[in-house]
Design a protein. Structure first.
Length: 206
């Protein structure tokens, strides 16, 4: 989502809330179709026009900022740091020419394969297709995190997290540690099956 080609002016200058709604609609349809979606936009648009928690907390972000550092303060999985202008490397690649260049901070091949996205069949069975997942902010997430913190004290997992109602990076890592121990695909989802799995692990420690 960007305005490099005068998108807003050509489409009646939609409001920021409309731009957010467009993103959420498109990304949700991609996700429903079984593909792993990501929001690509400039630093300015992410900070000002698309700065909505219900969007940014539920999808991975790909930041476009041609700079020597990425100044985005939210969570992001990729950073486009150069194209025609490049502050870190040459803007050209031998045999190819001038290209946009990016850095990736998450293991997307593993995330996609183990989660069964993009027509991949997970190597391990999926325990829950629905449940609490990254971006959720509820009292149920708070209860889940209290269980995970207790499981950490019991030595079941090693990942810590803040005591709040936000399902963030730490919670996702902790959930995946439990799933891995149980022999399930690490899709970061904590549903009914996950609660039973974690409860069983914890009872064995008592």
């Amino acid at each position: 989502m960007e305005d490099a080609d005068g998108y807003k002016a050509r489409n009646g200058n939609p409001s920021d809330s409309t731009l957010v709604a467009i993103c959420k609609t498109f990304l949700s349809e991609i996700k429903k179709a079984g593909y792993y979606p990501m929001l690509y936009s400039s630093l300015s648009w992410l900070n000002h026009k698309l700065n909505d928690a219900s969007l940014l907390d539920n999808y991975d972000v790909w930041v476009a900022q041609w700079n020597s550092t990425c100044d985005y303060r939210g969570d992001y999985g990729m950073w486009q740091y150069g194209g025609e202008v490049n502050y870190l490397d040459s803007p050209t690649i031998a045999g190819v020419g001038t290209v946009d260049q990016d850095k990736c901070f998450k293991d997307y091949p593993t995330i996609i394969k183990t989660g069964g996205w993009n027509n991949w069949t997970p190597s391990e069975p999926v325990l829950d297709a629905k449940g609490f997942q990254k971006g959720d902010r509820t009292y149920g997430v708070m209860a889940l995190k209290e269980l995970l913190l207790t499981a950490k004290k019991q030595g079941i997992i090693t990942q810590g997290m803040d005591e709040n109602n936000v399902f963030g990076d730490g919670t996702e890592i902790a959930v995946n540690q439990v799933l891995k121990k149980g022999g399930y695909a690490q899709n970061g989802i904590a549903g009914y099956g996950f609660m039973k799995l974690l409860g069983g692990m914890m009872r064995k420690k008592i």
